[in-house]
Design a protein around this ligand. Sequence first.
Ligand code: UAG
Ligand code: ATP
Ligand code: API
Ligand code: MG
Length: 487
Amino acid sequence: MMKKVREIVYGVALKEVTGTTDYEVGEVVFDSRKAVEGTLFVAVKGVANDGHDYIGSAIAAGCRAIICEKIIDVVEGVNYYVVENSSRALGIIASNFYDNPSEKITLVGVTGTNGKTTTTTLLHQLFSGLGYKSGLLSTVVNKIGDEDIPSTHTTPDPIALNTLLAKMVEEGCEYCFMEVSSHAIHQNRIAGLRFSGAVFTNITHDHLDYHGTFKEYIQAKKAFFDQLPSSAFALTNADDKNGSVMLQNTLAKKSTYGIRSMADYKLRVLENQFSGLVLSIDGTEVWTKLIGDFNAYNLLAVFAVSQLLGQDKIEVLTEMSKLGSVNGRFEYTVSKTGVTAIIDYAHTPDALENVLKTIANIRTGNETVFTVVGCGGDRDKTKRPKMAEIACEMGDRVILTSDNPRTEDPAAIIEDMMAGVGGHNFKKTISITDRKEAIKTAISLSEPGDIILVAGKGHETYQEINGVKHDFDDKAIVNELFIKLEK
Ligand SMILES: CC(=O)N[C@H]1[C@@H](OP(=O)(O)OP(=O)(O)OC[C@H]2O[C@@H](n3ccc(=O)[nH]c3=O)[C@H](O)[C@@H]2O)O[C@H](CO)[C@@H](O)[C@@H]1O[C@H](C)C(=O)N[C@@H](C)C(=O)N[C@H](CCC(=O)O)C(=O)O
Ligand SMILES: Nc1ncnc2c1ncn2[C@@H]1O[C@H](COP(=O)(O)OP(=O)(O)OP(=O)(O)O)[C@@H](O)[C@H]1O
Ligand SMILES: N[C@H](CCC[C@H](N)C(=O)O)C(=O)O
Ligand SMILES: [Mg+2]
């Protein structure tokens, strides 16, 4: 499919053009290594590199059309289009190139520190249950109807994103529920998309390595709401301290949900047990398999979105009781000997605290709660001592271990975590860098009735060490060790 640059840059202000906008291209790329003749190369400033440094390589590979923020050298026969911000331009260009698929589907974006995967996955399940073919873009998996497509990011890059949206439209999806990460907002991966609605779950400590300060992190999330059109809805969590900030400058129709505060959508938690939650939503009692107060928030957000999208309340509440658990989110398994293991993706202080609070609410009191937890390498270091402190203060025994060390020394990460273990907690804490050994130790120390929380990796099926992803699956390891325990 060849298109004129003139068509693909529609909506992008061109500050300067050298050459012609009638030039035709068959693909848009933002990595010089994919640039060949007939492609349009967009030079983007990134975190580690600047695409402008690779314009020469793109041209050497045959590329004759360059979007950039400044022209460095003019090469004969090459078309240059200068824009103010090339990452923003890339978003708009990607949308145009794929014929603006987000305008042909009801697109709802969910942002927030925790709960994005859960909320979008539940929305996808709900709308499928209501009879709509829907798409999902999430950390765990992307989906077009029931078809799974592997996911590499929480929010894909603009080209991958629009390719997936276009496929959803082509295959008859009416809705798409997508996670919108703060990185994606900041890097303009969502520029050019038309959202029908946006949801804010919560904001707590994470990603300060990237955003610098908590204030900047809040601003990144808010920018998503600032970009919404007046036709969209903007739904926020009224119980979150920063929930109202999201709505300050949005043109969209404002709505709130909450359990403790005044809000448009409210619920009461009637029961919260291992068997699930019993909720009262809008005066109707709903039973669900999902566990924990934080899931009550996710479910309320799901209900509110369904109402803002005009779905029948009774049908929605009936379907909500059929919603299943989400891969790697508070998934539990019980050994034949009666030890419960919970696998959860809690990788922030707030998520860990919520999961341990949920366990505290549903435990009987006689059992020992073991927490096996680590922190990712090459990511926000300030959360390390906080997570260790929460694990110690809220559990009985703690095994500090590795998450995805990436390029860092696993022992050094644990050392950073140890800073949060006060003297009074030394006795309950052990450090074992090998994650499988750590899980094994928790299991061998446990007795019937005890609870083991394995936190941080949830659905992940790998462990990333020095750029290599080794097979590693918390769930599979727990099951394997549980079987050995029975023998
Ligand atoms: C830190 C970060 O977010 N990086 C993302 C970013 O890469 P970048 O722009 O920083 O890349 P860069 O290496 O600096 O290169 C700059 C530009 O030069 C180009 N280049 C580079 C080399 C070359 O030879 N030729 C060339 O043209 C690159 O293609 C790029 O366009 O843009 C890329 C394309 O969109 C992303 O794939 C990449 O994600 C990396 C792999 C990543 O790990 N990201 C994580 C942190 C992330 O995005 N996480 C969030 C979820 C966070 C959460 O849980 O909330 C997500 O949405 O997944
Ligand atoms: N609404 C919520 N509030 C607080 N914690 C939550 C909430 N929902 C889920 N959690 C906790 O956070 C963890 C991550 O949840 P989930 O994967 O849904 O979040 P996410 O926002 O998609 O995370 P990521 O940014 O890594 O994609 C869960 O395993 C659970 O421990
Ligand atoms: N999207 C999050 C996932 C963290 C998951 C945890 N297992 C880790 O590797 O730190 C991030 O990139 O920060
Ligand atoms: Mg997610």
